[in-house]
Design a protein around this ligand. Structure first.
Ligand code: ADP
Length: 450
């Protein structure tokens, strides 16, 4: 088993990991950049190591500093959280070489799933349904246009190495293709250091449904139900919920089984997510995330399973102690991402000093954050201030509970703006209330919600 774990991350996920470690009796080594030296996780940890200046590439992305911190403090494992190095197979491999247990799948699996075109090919081989498109990178605009003509418009050009909603362009007509192709490749090269792009059919009016999977290192795997993450702004999730109430019980069971089959077929281990797009005609595999996700608490509230705990246990070599039939999903859960952004100014980051942080309480109401009142929200990192998550016996009560909790949440500071008011407006919209929104709803409805 793991006895001392280094957290190669910051913010709410670092605190979340530290909590799971505490409950398992695992010692915690926190890492912090200069601007995070007084953060909550540093205060919670058994030991904390300064890993560099605020700029991520000199701290949370700086592999030698992190490895040295782990070795110097006697850690035997490293948890990468999400973002930063969590999907970097080289980091996982270096951990292996240094005798550190990396909390995540084997590097080869990370490599394969980190490339969306490769992931598509492997999942097609495992029998998962795909959207029409290619499984190899497309090299030229002419080649891409021929493919697009064949699959029919609209299509989406996607960076194979992309993530975080970036490196994707929707193309509605052949004459737009060449320019979109060049632009997407440029973004892919600049942001993801890999110009490879591929093309698939773009689904309008679809829902984003993802299945949580958990696999051990002995060939066993289960799923823990699904989440609907259709409320997105420019392909970035803002509100997640579960279960996907619009699925039939058969569809739900099928998706779960497909997700487990796909994950096991590539030797995946740990906690991961299989993402699908769903419309009236069917469900299609989109991509796999081989790490813990921001929205994992939704599943925790629905199932009562502590996903980070399970992730740590299987990383330590344990067999899964849960069978598929042990996983029972009850009620409805919703998560709102509370971002330090100004929706009225194009969601520009709005960090600053947190004069007031008053967290809601009450029944089945959870707030995961790495910030405390009096902290500074740093402009160097993503804008996630915290995640408000609620559970209730049914979706309607969960929506009401979330509205109540959002009203209690106070986040104030001279420069701060947040997504709180937008979240409340979203939850009051008749389409969201009736659960008939799709992935384009928010981009379409933003003007009336602001
Ligand atoms: P990332 O890794 O950047 O999150 P994803 O592949 O998960 O990228 O896609 C993010 C979002 O983009 C999806 O949730 C969906 O809203 C949209 N999207 C991606 N591919 C398609 C598609 N083929 N058709 C319609 N929407 C898509």
């Amino acid at each position: 088993m793991i006895s001392r774990l280094l957290i190669a991350n910051r913010g709410e996920i670092a605190v979340r990991i530290a909590r799971a470690c505490r409950e398992l009796g695992i010692e915690v080594v926190a890492t912090y950049s200069t601007s995070d030296r007084d953060s909550a996780v540093v205060a919670m940890a058994d030991e904390a190591v300064h890993i560099g200046p605020p700029a991520p590439r000199r701290s949370y992305l700086h592999v030698p500093n992190l490895i040295e911190a782990a070795l110097r403090t006697g850690a035997d494992a490293v948890h990468p959280g999400y973002g930063f190095l969590s999907e970097d197979p080289d980091f996982a491999e270096i951990c292996d070489i240094e005798g550190l247990t990396f909390v995540g799948p084997p590097p080869e699996v990370m490599q394969q799933m980190g490339n969306k075109a490769t992931a598509r090919r492997l999942m097609a081989e495992a029998g998962l349904p795909l959207l029409p498109g290619v499984v190899e990178p497309v090299r030229t605009a002419e080649e891409g246009r021929a493919i697009a003509d064949e699959i029919g418009y609209p299509v989406i050009i996607k960076a194979a190495a992309g993530g975080g909603g970036r490196g994707m362009t929707v193309v509605h007509a052949p004459e737009e293709f060449a320019e979109a192709f060049t632009a997407t490749r440029a973004v892919a090269r600049a942001v993801f250091r890999d110009p490879a792009v591929y093309v698939e059919r773009y689904l309008t009016r679809a829902r984003h449904v993802e299945v949580q999977v958990l696999c051990d290192g002995h060939g066993a795997g289960i799923h823990l139900g699904e989440r609907d993450c259709s409320l997105q702004r420019r392909h970035q999730k803002l509100l997640e919920e579960g279960p996907a109430a619009h699925l039939t019980p058969e569809q739900r069971a099928d998706l779960g089984a497909l997700a487990v089959r796909g994950a096991l077929s590539v030797g995946f281990t740990g906690a991961g997510t299989m993402e699908f797009l769903v419309d009236d005609a069917g469900a299609y595999f989109m991509e796999m995330n081989a790490r813990i996700q921001v929205e994992h608490p939704v599943t925790e509230l629905l199932t009562g399973v502590d996903l980070v705990r399970e992730q740590l246990l299987v990383a330590g070599g344990r067999r899964l102690h849960l069978q598929q039939e042990d996983v029972v999903t009850r009620g409805a859960a919703i998560e709102c991402r509370i971002n330090a952004e100004d929706p009225a100014r194009g969601f520009a980051p709005a960090p600053g000093h947190l004069d007031v942080l008053q967290v809601p309480g009450g029944p089945w109401t959870r707030f995961d954050t790495g910030y405390r009142q009096g902290d500074d929200v740093s402009p160097h990192y993503d804008s996630l201030l915290g995640k408000l998550v609620v559970w209730a016996p049914d979706r309607d009560q969960a929506v009401r509970r979330m509205d109540r909790a959002l009203a209690e949440l106070r986040v104030e500071g001279p420069a701060l703006h947040t997504t709180i008011a937008l979240q409340r407006a979203m939850l009051r919209h008749p389409d969201v209330r009736a659960d008939r929104h799709d992935i384009e709803f928010l981009d379409r409805s933003l003007p009336e919600l602001l």
